[in-house]
Design a protein around this ligand. Sequence first.
Ligand code: FAD
Ligand code: FES
Ligand code: FES
Length: 280
Amino acid sequence: FIFHSIFCSYLLNSHFRNHLFHVVPELETVGLTGAKLACGEGGCGACTVMVSTCDPGSQHIRHYAVNSCLTPICSVHGKAVITTEGIGNSTTRLHPVQERIVKFNGSQCGFCTPGFVMSMYSLLRSNPEPNQQELSEAFQGNLCRCTGYRGIIEGYQTFCTSLLQVLKDLFKCIKCCFVFFQMKPLDPTQEPIFPPELLALANSPPVPLDFQGPRVRWLRPVTLEHLLQLKNRFPDARLVVGNTEVGQSLFNYGKFLKTLSVDIVKDILETDCACLSSPF
Ligand SMILES: Cc1cc2nc3c(=O)[nH]c(=O)nc-3n(C[C@H](O)[C@H](O)[C@H](O)COP(=O)(O)OP(=O)(O)OC[C@H]3O[C@@H](n4cnc5c(N)ncnc54)[C@H](O)[C@@H]3O)c2cc1C
Ligand code: FES
Ligand code: FES
């Protein structure tokens, strides 16, 4: 067991915005406020950030977008998290994903913008040449109240292979297209690599975790047997995977919450085909 006190908040969004200075003191006055907090219940996507994990067997790095308003900070143990600040900014250099939403007038008040940017960025990290369908799916969790979606979608369609082909045919060479629109091309080789220390951690045998804060205790068993022992010891502990249901009702209970994270318990994650084909 690793015992560790959570000084910061339970949720990733609040950690970035309000508590990261426990780790990086220079951030005391500003925080990382790129990931917005709007609905706080997984409905709008304004808080979207990208999480990356490494599969120890294949060494495959998986990138995916999450709502940081519902993501427990303990659940990203051993994973890499990137917010919109981590990919670019208007002072030094905008990332192509940030630049295109600007160039296509996809932002007015800007509250939803970092969420759209990080959903698109996460998609491109796993799939640098998405099609229109994949693009639409990537934005299923993102809402915009004031701009509307046309500018956003038109800007991001420029990353789609089919649209690029149309532009290519129109302008004869891809370079001309980018010059025409004055857009930076996406260069996947320039993206941040998965942190080597996390790669080493991913390749070590998983260990049980036990984090405790003022309002929550987070336990992560590794095996089913250990999970059952913990459930026996803490019968009121809630099982958690994505936390999208537990997270929403989290503090409505007004009492100390114990959670049992089952996201690496293989016996729960993997099932055989016979079970899957059952009518239940
Ligand atoms: C914005 C939004 C929209 C949604 N829309 C819909 C919708 O249209 N239709 C719909 O049906 N649902 C909807 N949901 C609910 C959503 O499907 C559930 O929140 C989600 O499936 C829960 O998965 P999770 O991994 O996040 O669960 P968690 O929040 O981690 O857990 C959910 C519950 O399951 C229990 N649990 C977790 N793992 C296990 C396990 N292995 N064994 C037994 N119990 C376990 C937990 O204790 C908890 O009670 C929506 C949720 C959000 C946030
Ligand atoms: S703040 Fe709306 S989904 Fe997170
Ligand atoms: S730009 Fe205002 S909500 Fe999208």
